[in-house]
Design a binder for this molecule. Structure first.
Ligand SMILES: NC(=O)c1ccc[n+]([C@@H]2O[C@H](COP(=O)([O-])OP(=O)(O)OC[C@H]3O[C@@H](n4cnc5c(N)ncnc54)[C@H](O)[C@@H]3O)[C@@H](O)[C@H]2O)c1
Length: 289
């Protein structure tokens, strides 16, 4: 697929988690390219704010807001149906919605912690793929971007549930790439692996559903790690807008792995070298963005 500037005009992007942070910035990038934008999020006010910003910078772009829980296959399939009814196609899908969970040793995480994070961070991406890839196959056109994380490769302490979920997104994306090659399509895939950047994710526990609210107990090491993560996020050298712009350039270059923070790649090489030496890799040496 030729992804030149002209080819985005009038095409359709779907962005999960488009009501905040990186999802909002990805939506704004799409609008700047002249794409129509479908936002899917649980955060209605946030989606409203994204639409206001889109209208200010690209008044001719059409937008659609849908309150969707990405962890529900049915809701994601309804989103795909509505998108087709309203726009007749979908050309870019950002499976971006995600949550973090309080810092804790991995043995302290509860069943609710595992279910809440897995439902959104892994199933949310899986259902996006399941609902939208058949449409893209039919069109023989489209590109999917799954937001993983540097944590999909470098497993820091006190965030085991999140790390596992993001490793899952990397595995899902690599599997998708292979399966699309087998299917001999021109549909593209990218897996986005940012390090820390400032966003609302540190406060997302407030949006946990009541039936999954039982979380790990507070520990002093958990509190310390949590403060470190918050500090790293506020000090992230790249903003969500920077990462969105890098992502779009990566899509246009048909890049599969997108690492907005180049340091992460060298840390992954360090991990591979440790593996060659049969040593465990210490992610704490060189953590952050
Ligand atoms: N901020 C970071 O440091 C960082 C680093 C690496 C990866 N990421 C990933 O980037 C992605 C975007 O996160 P962000 O940092 O912009 O956070 P954010 O909290 O600002 O935005 C995430 C959005 O996802 C939405 N969301 C959460 N659960 C949902 C659900 N069940 N259904 C639909 N929408 C849901 C939220 O309402 C929110 O609008 C996530 O996948 C996150 O894991 C973030």
């Amino acid at each position: 697929m030729n992804k030149s500037r002209e080819n985005w005009l009038g095409k359709v992007a779907v962005v999960t988690g488009g009501g905040s942070g990186l999802g909002r910035e990805l939506a704004l990038c799409c609008a700047r390219k002249g794409m129509h934008v479908v936002l899917a999020d649980m955060n209605e006010a946030g989606m409203g704010e994204t639409v206001t910003r889109i209208q200010a910078l690209a008044p001719t772009v059409r937008t659609l807001i849908r309150t969707v829980d990405v962890s529900s296959l049915e809701q994601m399939q309804n989103l795909a149906t509505t998108t087709m009814e309203e726009f007749g196609g979908v050309h870019l899908l950002f499976n971006n919605a995600g949550v973090g969970v309080k810092a804790a040793p991995i043995w302290e995480y509860t069943l609710d912690d595992w279910q809440w994070v897995t439902n959104i961070n892994i199933y949310g991406v899986a259902w996006g793929v399941k609902a939208f890839v058949p449409i893209m196959l039919e069109q023989n056109d489209g590109h999917i971007v799954n937001t993983a994380s540097a944590a999909g490769w470098l497993n820091g302490p006190a965030s085991g549930v999140y790390n596992v979920s993001k490793c899952g997104v990397v595995a899902l994306s690599e599997s998708l790439l292979m399966d699309l090659r087998d299917a001999q399509t021109t549909i593209g895939v990218s897996v986005l692996c940012p390090a820390f950047f400032a966003s609302a994710i540190a406060d997302c526990e407030a949006n946990r559903p009541d039936d999954l609210s039982n979380t790990a107990p507070d520990t002093s090491i958990g509190r310390q790690r949590s403060e470190e993560v918050k500090f790293a996020m506020t000090r992230g050298r790249k903003s969500a807008a920077d990462i969105a712009a890098i992502t779009f350039a990566g899509i246009e270059a048909e890049q599969f792995y997108i690492f907005p923070h180049s340091k992460i790649k060298s840390l992954i090489l360090g991990r591979a070298e440790a593996l060659q030496r049969d040593e465990a890799f210490n992610t704490l040496e060189g953590r952050g963005s």
